[in-house]
Design a protein around this ligand. Structure first.
Ligand code: HEM
Length: 376
């Protein structure tokens, strides 16, 4: 699609077929911002996002239509480019409700979702504070990286003096399908990623696993979701020395077809009971897909929407590459349960989680409202 509607029952950018490119940004609100200022910022962000996602400049006047004596309102690099499937998804971090000193700056503390807490420490975490957390986030996805970057740049510019960039991440090559209409892409380990993902067509499973329900608490978050972001470095130089059979054993699927090692084709259900020679399970006990599967996690699933990244290289000459993992779930507990069970994942030898953040993603925006309005 060339343009997705910005307004709707849910925010776009969750069950929207995953676009090819990502620019994700986390912000800290300024210490001088008050409740009125926060509402103004969200209102301006909403107006800008409604325009940008339709392929329009950020505001009337744009890059060239204003006064010669003022900086243009739009930065201009997306002039002439179509909407490119741009979606802009906003989220609220724990710090928006109570800041580090425990102060209730915006009068929101009583409305904080009880589950919106910084994630617990997981085994193997090597988190860097400068790549973690944030009071607000914006996920911009598009099929053209210039369009996604233009969106984040102009929204950051609008926030000037009110919220500043804390960290941001570019991503390419979606690592998930979120619609059955999409072919499954590959991550930087070379494996198909997104095969068993929750998808837009999953109907009532989405209500059960992804969308916060009206019967859940708090009511203002109904129709929304919880977003977890993890910057996962992949030690690909080591991975590339691992034998094919071992790579497949660690994942639990074949590399070419992406079929479960218990047999069948890509979309066959894995059979975790199936055994081969000497009664060895065909899908290893520490295989990623076994440990991540809902049958190992009390039924917990999630909608994954991550991207590959390569951000140059480190001082040892290794690519700073990996998976920028993004998942949407009805409660953070679903992620916590799966990530806890992944402590035994054989893949961990080749992974390092260096960034982490959690956000409450409010429900969809109605025309004339601002994003998250029900919170105020
Ligand atoms: C499945 C790779 C991290 C949750 C898969 C699959 C691959 C894969 C190749 C099989 C294909 C598919 O169904 O998508 C990776 C890599 C990771 C990573 C390379 C790190 C860089 C994570 C994390 C979580 C997660 C952090 C959640 C805490 C899942 C789930 C499935 C899955 C829920 C589907 C399992 C099923 O139902 O069969 N992953 N993954 N993965 N992964 Fe990951």
């Amino acid at each position: 699609a060339s343009a997705y509607p910005f307004f709707g029952a849910h925010q776009a950018g969750i069950t929207t077929p995953a676009q090819d490119r990502l620019h994700f940004a986390a912000f800290d609100v300024s210490s001088t911002l008050d409740r009125t200022g926060l509402i103004e910022l969200l209102t301006e962000w909403t107006e800008a996002a409604a325009r940008l996602t339709q392929g329009l400049e950020v505001a009337e006047g744009g890059a060239t239509g204003g006064s010669d004596y003022a900086p243009p309102v739009d930065t201009g690099e997306a002039l002439g480019l179509p909407a490119s499937g741009l979606t802009i998804t906003f989220g609220f971090g724990p710090g928006l409700f109570t800041d580090a000193s425990g102060a209730d700056r915006f009068g929101l503390a009583a409305r904080r979702p009880a589950a919106l807490e910084p994630l617990p420490r997981f085994q193997g975490d090597a988190l860097q504070p400068e790549r973690s957390g944030g009071d607000l986030c914006i996920q911009a996805c598009a099929d053209d990286p210039q369009v996604a970057v233009h969106a984040i740049r102009n929204l950051s510019r609008i926030a000037f003096g009110r919220a500043s960039l804390r960290w941001s991440q570019l991503g390419f090559g979606r690592t998930s399908s979120t619609s059955t209409s999409q072919t499954t892409p590959r991550n930087l380990f070379g494996f198909k990623d997104g095969t068993a993902n929750l998808k837009a067509e999953d109907g009532s499973l989405l209500d059960e696993q992804v969308w916060v329900q009206a019967s859940d608490s708090p009511a203002w978050l109904a129709g929304g979701s919880y977003l977890v972001a993890r910057r996962i470095r992949m030690i690909i130089e080591n991975w590339d020395r691992v034998q094919l059979g071992e790579q497949e054993m660690l994942v639990g699927r074949s590399k070419g077809e992406g079929a479960p090692l218990s047999g069948g084709t890509e979309f066959s259900e894995p059979d975790f009971e199936a055994t081969g020679v000497a009664d060895k399970p065909l899908i290893d006990t520490n295989a990623h897909v076994r440990l991540a599967h809902h049958s190992s996690n009390g039924g917990a699933r999630m909608l994954r929407r991550g991207y590959n990244f390569v951000d140059g290289n480190d001082e040892l000459g290794r690519l700073d590459a990996g998976l920028f993992f993004l998942s949407f779930q009805r409660t953070p507990q679903q992620f916590i349960d799966v990530q806890t069970s992944l402590a035994a994942d054989g893949l961990n030898e080749y992974l390092k989680h260096v960034g982490s953040a959690i956000f409450a993603v409010p429900g969809g925006v109605r025309e004339g409202e601002f994003v998250g309005q029900a919170l105020f």
